[in-house]
Every structure is written in C-alpha cells, then in structure tokens.
Design a protein around this ligand. Structure first.
Ligand code: SF4
Length: 372
C-alpha cells in the first residue's frame, strides 16, 4: 500500500516568505481546477492508501461546495486506511468546512499558525490573528477531528528569543498533539528575499537562530511532545505518518498542479502553472511534466539524508535488504568521518544524528552525496 498527496494551489493572500506553488485565488478557475484534479485522480489505479495529505497553497481557501465536491469524490473512490490529513489556515477553518472534512473521513488537520504574535503575523502577510488560532483548534476538536497539528516558524525578522518562548508556551496550551517548527529560509522570488537584498529586512543572526532552535528542542522535551524529526514534535502515537512516507523514502502518488510523485522507482513532477495544468488535463488527460528514473546510487543517497532527518535514524539492516550492499561499505569514509566528529552516532545497528549533527543537518546530509 502506498500514499497520496493532492495539491490545492490557491491562497486568499500571498505570504511574504512563501515559495510554494500557489496563486492568489481571486479570479482563478477553481471549479475547472477541481474537475481536472478529479480527472487526474480517476486515472490512478490504486484505490487503497495508507495516508492521504491534501496540501497547498491552502485547501481551506476552497468554498464549502468545492471542498464537498473534491472530498466526496475521494471518499467514493478511495479508502484511506490510516491517516487523512488536510492543511488549513486558522481564519478559514469555518464550522461548515470542518463538518465537510469530518463527514468524508479527514482525521487530522495541520494548521498554518507560524506565530502567535500579531505584529509578526502581519509582517508574514498572514490573514489570521492570534485569537483565530485557539478558536480553530477548539472547533476542529469539538467537531471530532481526532488529531490537530500546528506549524510554527522561528528566525523571523525582528523576532526575539522571548517571542519564541511565548509562542511555544501558547502552543503547549492548545489541545493539539503535533508541532512542526521550521526556521525561516529566505527563498528567491519571495517578498522577504527582495526586501532582505535591499537591506530592508533584519533577521536574527545565526547564533540567535541556533539559540531559538535549542530552546524549542529543550522546552518541548520537557513537555508531552517528543522530537522525532529535525523540525517535528509529537505526543505519543501522533507522529505524522504521511511525512514519514517521505522520510522513509517510500513511494507515493502526487496529483494537482506542481505536485510530485514517486512510483515504481520513478519520480515525476506535474505541470506547475494552473492554466497549463488545466489545459493539459483537458486535452491529454495527464499533467506530468517530467519523469526521472531514480538510479540505485540516488536512491541510496536519498535513503540516507531523508532517513537521518528522523531521530530514530537509519537501519543498517534495512539498507542492506533494500540495496543488497552493506551501509558500512557504501558510505565507509563518510560514516567514519561523521562518527569521529560526533555528528552521528551508531547504536543497535541504527545510525542517527547527534544533537550537534541535528544543528547542522544540511551539512551532514551533503556528505552522503555519492556523486560529489
Ligand atoms: S498560506 Fe501557505 S501556501 Fe499560501 S502563501 Fe501563505 S505560506 Fe504560502
């Protein structure tokens, strides 16, 4: 059994830091898009998935009737055996929309909170305010959504360690079971990136960013939340099963403009612009822009740097079963160097990052690129 990702590329406002595949929903052909998405989904032969994640963009930017149309198709055609997640923005999560989600089997919501600080929310271009967050979480729980996760960001312009501490305390006061905490990355073509280049944006320096991350890890470690991935923390039994599909380098389908999939050893990428996606679906019935057959070497690299993101780490036994080669042989020099430098640790045939390694994860991951 595999997983499915569905992309809704529309938002009510464009955030200043966002480089996802998204478009301002106003004047977009949303109904045509949903029809094309359903057409694309109808071409997927598999009908039982362990996890389904509907992300974006913002799925809650859709109207109640658009959500109903998409979710009723999904519920009629597919069985989701385990986790059915949707992304949502706190101010868009109306009772009507939650009721539709619940009706069609959504059992997990991932709320784009980012921060509880109203000034920072405004700077990020978010449409919600602090007061919307608790309301959204409580409404989701009251209507029977089993699991609620929130996304937070740190290393934000002008943000202090004190503000991060307040965000974490406010998060811990909510009825949630999962927290994702991401550092702001300035991506090209975003408003923040342009402002930064013009000297109009001040970011916390690297030392303060590291202090923020360390604080988040240590404070959450004292709570009911355990860190299970570089940016993710969960109460027992509430780790994101869908995201683990990616980190375990397992296969999944992707549907919608700009979505990615990985099936039968082939990674594929869909057409990004909505009008082109719609035209392609209407004329050819498919929207794949590019396919790449993943080589054994690439798959080994991905297995390492995706798996090392998780605190549980990489199983040497699983590596050998998958690739018919011993991990110690394939990555001999890298493993020796990283063990010597205390960036990784080996215990019971598992390799994982140390807390120092976690602080400089990207540096460690690059070491596993065999082709470099
Ligand atoms: S709501 Fe999400 S997808 Fe939309 S612009 Fe903001 S960060 Fe990007």
């Amino acid at each position: 059994m595999t997983s499915l990702y569905i992309h809704i590329p529309f938002c009510n406002r464009i955030c200043t830091y966002c480089d996802f595949n998204k478009f301002l929903i106003k004047n977009q052909p949303v109904d045509e898009y949903i029809d094309c998405l359903i057409k694309e989904l109808s071409g997927i032969e598999e009908t039982v998935f362990t996890t389904l994640f509907i992300g974006g963009g913002t799925p809650t930017a859709l109207s109640v009737s658009q959500l109903d149309k998409l979710l009723s198709y999904i519920a009629g055609r597919f069985t989701i055996s385990d986790e059915f997640s949707m992304e949502a923005n706190p101010d868009e999560l109306t009772i009507d929309k939650i009721a539709v989600m619940k009706h069609y089997g959504v059992n997990r919501l991932s709320l784009g909170v980012q921060t509880f600080d109203n000034k920072l929310l405004k700077l990020l271009g978010r449409t919600h305010q602090q007061s919307d967050i608790k309301q959204a979480v409580d409404a989701a729980k009251d209507l029977g959504i089993e699991s609620v996760s929130i996304d937070l960001m740190y290393h934000l312009p002008t943000q202090t360690l004190e503000q991060v501490k307040i965000d974490i305390e406010k998060a811990l006061s909510l009825d949630i079971d999962h927290i994702s905490c991401y550092s702001l990355i300035l991506e090209p073509k975003t408003q923040f990136y342009n402002q930064y280049r013009k000297g109009m944006l001040q970011l916390p320096d690297e030392t303060l960013a590291a202090e923020m991350y360390e604080y988040i890890m240590s404070r959450l470690a004292q709570s009911d939340f355990s860190q299970y991935e570089i940016s993710n923390f969960a109460k027992p039994d509430h780790e994101s099963r869908h995201n683990k599909v990616y980190w375990q380098n397992s296969e999944y389908y992707g549907a919608g403009a700009g979505s990615h999939g990985y099936i039968n050893g082939i990674r594929y990428y869909n057409i990004v612009p909505v009008p082109h996606y719609i035209k392609s679906m209407q004329t050819t019935g498919q929207a794949v822009k590019e396919e790449h057959h993943v080589t054994c070497e690439e798959s080994m690299e991905e297995f390492m740097f995706l798996g090392l993101r998780m605190n549980s780490g990489i199983s040497k036994v699983e590596f050998e079963e998958r690739y018919g080669a011993a991990l110690d042989e394939v990555f001999k020099n890298v493993l020796e160097e990283l063990l010597d430098r205390h960036l990784i640790i080996e215990e019971n045939n598992m390799i994982s990052l140390t807390s120092t390694g976690r602080m400089i994860g990207n540096y460690v991951f690059e070491k596993f690129l065999l082709s470099v």
